[in-house]
Design a protein around this ligand. Structure first.
Ligand code: HSE
Length: 317
């Protein structure tokens, strides 16, 4: 396994003067057995522009969530930015935020994490990158509560994360070229509800089941070994409890596998399902979409490469 320890890495961000424009990738957390500790960044992005203005809070929200995202200080990007301002002791006169969102909300693809990460990274850049990348990561984990969406959104790629009282321990893993099929049904699943239904205690056999398979999933992904992936990408800690929130779940999994998918997982807390396959991505996407349709559920599909760079500045023309 090759990887880069976060403790050795310095933040790569440049320091702009008065306005920043960044993009933040979608993420798929858990990856089957890796509940709350594995996450993969995907090439679907929310963009955020932030600049200081004379007074007040102004927004221009476009794309996903434009009609429903709050346009006040409860907006995740604003509250995350405020955490940075508080830590560096900066009081902006006012703030303008434009976001152009491609990550569907409440979908299990990390839209909330992208908003938090966007606010943190943008505010850190605006204030001269005073916080290291490690501190931005620790803040993101503190705000979101779990590491497996926010850390890959910052770093890109496949990330393993463990939460410790003094900050997360992170490893970013090199992957061979990989694209996945993400199918987002027209269903809303709240992360709070999807966590509330999980048992507090689990049988030891289930814990062992997931431990062994998490290690093997990482090995399968780093080797590009879809045969191994198909045998080990199983979970007993969250998916069995959450699948009933996704209408048509069993049919869609079956359709994906019949069309050539090696493995299908609930992305984050759902309802998006992500399929892994060496080829036939379009056929698998259509089969999954059709299976949702036969269950009376519309869906959107994406075939997404892994994002390898994480949150980064957009070069404006
Ligand atoms: N690991 C988290 C969960 C991701 O499955 O609840 C969503 O925050």
């Amino acid at each position: 396994m090759s990887g880069e320890s976060m403790h050795a890495a310095e933040h790569p961000f440049r320091i702009p003067q008065s306005a920043v424009h960044i993009q933040v990738p979608a993420t798929s957390a858990n990856l089957g057995p890796g509940f709350d500790c594995l996450g993969l960044a995907l090439a679907l992005y929310n963009e955020i522009e932030m600049c200081e203005i004379d007074h007040g809070l102004e927004f221009d929200i476009q794309g996903e969530g434009a009609a429903e995202l709050p346009q006040d200080k409860t907006n995740y990007s604003v509250s995350a930015a405020q955490c940075i301002f508080d830590r560096v002791g900066y009081v902006p006169r006012g703030l303008f935020i434009r976001s152009v969102n491609s990550i569907p909300m409440s979908s299990g693809l990390g839209s909330s994490s992208a908003a938090i990460v966007g606010g943190l990274v943008a505010a850190n850049l605006l204030t001269g990158s005073q916080l290291s990348r490690d501190r931005v990561i620790a803040l993101a984990v503190e705000i979101e509560g779990h590491p497996d969406n926010v850390v890959p959104a910052i770093l890109g790629g496949l990330v393993i994360a463990a939460v410790e009282p003094d900050g997360p321990i992170i490893n970013q893993i090199d992957l061979p070229p990989l694209s996945v099929i993400a199918v987002t049904p027209d269903l809303r699943v709240s992360t709070e509800e999807a966590r509330r239904i999980l048992p507090v205690m689990v049988p030891r056999a289930d814990a062992i089941f997931n431990l062994s398979r998490t290690a093997l999933v990482i090995q399968a992904l780093t080797r590009g070994d879809f045969d191994l992936l198909s045998r080990v990408m199983n979970d007993r800690l969250h998916q069995p409890y959450r699948k009933h929130l996704i209408t048509g779940y069993d049919d869609v999994i079956e359709a994906a596998r019949s069309a050539g998918a090696a493995a299908v997982v609930i992305s984050g807390s759902g309802p998006t399902l992500v399929a892994f396959a060496p080829d036939h991505h379009s056929e698998i996407a259509q089969a999954m979409r059709q299976a949702f349709k036969q269950n009376g559920v519309g869906s959107r599909v994406w075939i997404l490469n892994v994002d390898r760079a994480g949150a980064r500045l957009v070069d404006d023309p």
